[in-house]
Design a protein around this ligand. Structure first.
Ligand SMILES: Nc1ncnc2c1ncn2[C@@H]1O[C@H](COP(=O)(O)OP(=O)(O)OP(=O)(O)O)[C@@H](O)[C@H]1O
Ligand SMILES: [Mg+2]
Length: 212
């Protein structure tokens, strides 16, 4: 069976791609899956996090720094190594890489598009989702950094659902989500604090999708 790939993509920067990849990779490793996180972003946010990650006391997450140009070689490499799951983090700005992102997306079991709820976020992510759909790729939105009590949240949900499905859980804005970054950790490594139950629900969804 081919290794399932989850692609995390967004045209907009700072919407939480790397955060989602790190946290989902930790969930997968905690579930005893052999997971590889691939960092296609030249800024290497994910790879640096992986380098800082302690080698003991927490589950191990392998991170492969790579590039879009190396996608075919990377894919051969991780297929041969028989991982249970590969999660791909991407740089912001898809404009110069549209065709190669579509290649990675076609290789993926799930294409997750994290987005904030503001109209600026939607102006960026909706055309990207429509472009993927035009290429017969089915993306799934993930609302991140939201406040469920705000009107913008409901408005965003409605606008997104007109274009593509939404992950069944949104990730609110949590101060805790990044405070462990500098040590190569996630909130899931430390304690089951605020935010971790939503991340675990997201993981349950991802797991269902990759095995579905
Ligand atoms: N749910 C959240 N609550 C609070 N802060 C968050 C949340 N998700 C992400 N962040 C924070 O927002 C910032 C940007 O997140 P992240 O680096 O994951 O985004 P990105 O989409 O990978 O950015 P880039 O496009 O620049 O690679 C980080 O400081 C991160 O800790
Ligand atoms: Mg990033």
């Amino acid at each position: 069976m081919a290794t399932p790939i989850v692609l995390v993509s967004s045209p907009k920067g700072g919407v939480g791609k790397s955060t989602i990849v790190k946290n989902m990779a930790v969930c997968a490793a905690q579930a005893h899956l052999r997971v590889l996180a691939v960092d296609l972003d030249p800024q290497r946010t994910l790879a640096l996090w992986g380098e800082r990650r302690p080698r003991t006391e927490v589950v191990q997450v392998e991170v492969l720094p790579s590039t879009y140009d190396e996608w075919s070689q990377s894919k051969r490499r991780f297929s041969a190594a028989s991982y249970d799951l590969v999660i791909v983090d991407t740089p912001p700005g898809v404009e110069h890489d549209v065709e190669v992102v579509k290649i990675v997306a076609r290789d993926s079991k799930l294409v997750l598009l994290p987005t904030g709820p503001t109209s600026v976020d939607l102006d960026s992510v909706l055309p990207w989702a429509n472009g993927l759909k035009a290429a017969r790729i089915s993306p799934t939105f993930l609302l991140n950094k939201t406040d469920r009590r705000r009107k913008s949240f409901r408005t965003a949900q409605r606008a997104l659902l007109e274009v593509a499905p939404l992950a069944p859980v949104e990730i609110p804005s949590y101060e805790d989500i990044h405070i462990f970054d500098a040590r190569g950790l996630t909130p899931l490594d430390i304690a089951k604090g605020a935010g971790t139950s939503d991340l675990e629900t997201l993981w349950a969804f991802l797991r269902g999708q990759i095995h579905g």
